[in-house]
Design a protein around this ligand. Structure first.
Ligand code: ARG
Length: 460
């Protein structure tokens, strides 16, 4: 049988394999609420402009409401023959209200229809991502507040570098996730234009009111170019880019949790509710949730690369290639939401082992820079020379198997006889972090100030 939408030109229906490659209903049914909202706004506008009658518009609107209920209540029968969500809804509308349903598609194409549906979906997803990021930020700020003075090793190259506070480390992630949040907002700003009424690609001769439909659907304004309106998937790419960056941040944090929860580090203990055991090794407690969050970035950045590849080289305007946009965005949206929720749960539940962090903070001669700085400040030594003298002190301590703070004064004076016992005050990890008061530095007083700043900005 030929198609109920475009059967006029066709004498036979599609091959089974054609239907299989062509149909998108299995995944785009997820856009049903957006599709129905778009159709209702369109029908209302058509009636306001006198393009269809008020009676027809009312029948269309009521029919669409009924379809929305049927889908929500799972009594709607989706059909692959009807290809996608747009035609499934319209065909059902014809069953429900008869010929008036055929007037809905006046001055519209599936090209602008899918563009508006998908924009509405991506906008909602960006808003939900913003909210999930805000919850994670709140969890991190709570941890930072408790641990504003908890000393831990700061790392470069994953080698002990200089002592920092765990609160400061948490605030590093606060900066990252707050940037992700502002990227969501920026993306919404650019996305907030309504393509409905661009029709197939050229606009329409009917005297439609695109500003009215844009407003009805909650967009700031209509898109300005009909060709771009149906060709553009930048908004989806931007979401995937935002999601990829956020997932990358989550992955780095997850990696630290994996390392820090090992018996070798013991910096953090995951709650039972966010770990698993082993079927053979009774002692095991594994950070599976952290590992999965670490891995999920693969799917999300994979979706970005996938859609970039679909879009590259596509001539204007719409091509069916663009139907490949949805599964990538849906999967990335679900994956990111899950990863954000899992990370927020893990952070909230995990306990910090202050003692293990403090003990590790002093290892690896982490206050060597403080010694060099003391030589510069007190003895007016050029920094390069101070670096060299301190390096020799580290070598002596390493040889003796002790920390810098345990080197006897006469040994230090062997390196420079002007060194006094006052130097020991800067060799403790607490003195080290307290001294880092430069703007953005790790000193507890800075951490406390930054937490207040973020709580003010987040309104929490
Ligand atoms: N299912 C299609 C998509 O997702 C809808 C648009 C179809 N337009 C067309 N001219 N075939 O892109």
């Amino acid at each position: 049988t030929s198609n109920e939408m475009w059967g006029g030109r066709f004498s036979s229906g599609p091959a089974a394999i054609m239907e299989e490659i062509n149909a998108s209903i299995e995944f785009d049914k997820r856009l049903y609420a957006e599709d129905i909202a778009g159709s209702k706004a369109h029908a209302t506008m058509l009636a306001q402009r006198g393009i269809i009658s008020d009676e027809d518009a009312a029948a269309i609107s009521q029919g669409l409401d009924r379809i929305e209920r049927e889908i929500a209540e799972e009594t709607f029968t989706f059909s692959r023959e009807r290809e996608d969500i747009h035609m499934n809804v319209e065909a059902r509308l014809a069953e429900l209200i008869g010929p008036a349903a055929g007037r809905l598609h006046t001055a519209r194409s599936r090209n602008d229809q899918v563009a508006v549906d998908f924009r509405l979906f991506v906008k909602k997803t960006l808003q939900q991502t913003d909210a999930a990021l805000t919850a994670l930020l709140a969890a991190l700020l709570d941890k930072a507040e408790i641990h504003a003075e908890t000393v831990m090793p700061g790392f470069t190259h994953l080698q002990s570098a200089q002592p920092v506070t765990y609160g400061h480390h948490c605030l590093a992630y606060v900066e990252m996730f707050a940037r992700d949040r502002s990227r969501c907002r920026d993306a919404i700003e650019r996305l907030d234009e309504c393509p409905l009424g661009a029709a197939a690609l050229a606009g329409t001769g009917f005297s439609i009111d695109r500003h009215a439909t844009a407003t009805a659907l909650g967009f700031r304004e209509p898109t300005r170019n009909s060709i771009d309106s149906v060709s553009d998937r930048d908004f989806a790419l931007e979401f995937l880019a935002v999601a990829s960056i956020a997932a990358t941040h989550l992955s780095r944090m997850a990696e630290e949790i994996v390392i820090w929860s090992t018996p070798q580090f013991r910096f953090v203990r995951l709650s039972d509710s966010f770990s698993t055991g082993s079927s053979i090794m009774p002692q095991k407690k594994n950070p599976d949730a952290a590992e999965l969050v670490r891995a999920k970035v693969g799917r999300i950045s994979g979706a970005l690369v996938s859609l970039l590849t679909v879009m590259k080289g596509l001539p204007l305007a719409y091509s069916k290639d663009m139907q490949e946009d949805k599964e990538q965005v849906f999967d990335a949206a679900d994956t990111l939401a899950l990863a954000l929720a899992a990370m927020t749960g893990m952070i909230t539940d995990m306990t910090i082992n202050d003692d293990a962090m403090r003990a590790a903070a002093g290892a690896g001669f982490s206050t060597a820079t403080d010694l060099a700085d003391w030589l510069v400040r007190e003895l007016k030594m050029p920094f390069r020379e101070a670096h060299h003298v301190t390096g020799r002190a580290v070598a002596l301590a390493e040889e003796a198997g002790i920390g810098l703070e345990a080197l006897p004064l006469d040994v230090l004076q062997g390196l420079d006889k002007r060194i006094t016992s006052a130097v020991y005050a800067v060799l403790s990890v607490d003195a080290s972090v307290r001294s880092r008061t430069s703007f953005g530095g790790t000193a507890p007083e800075n951490v406390t100030r930054q937490i207040a700043y973020w709580r003010g900005r987040l309104g929490s």
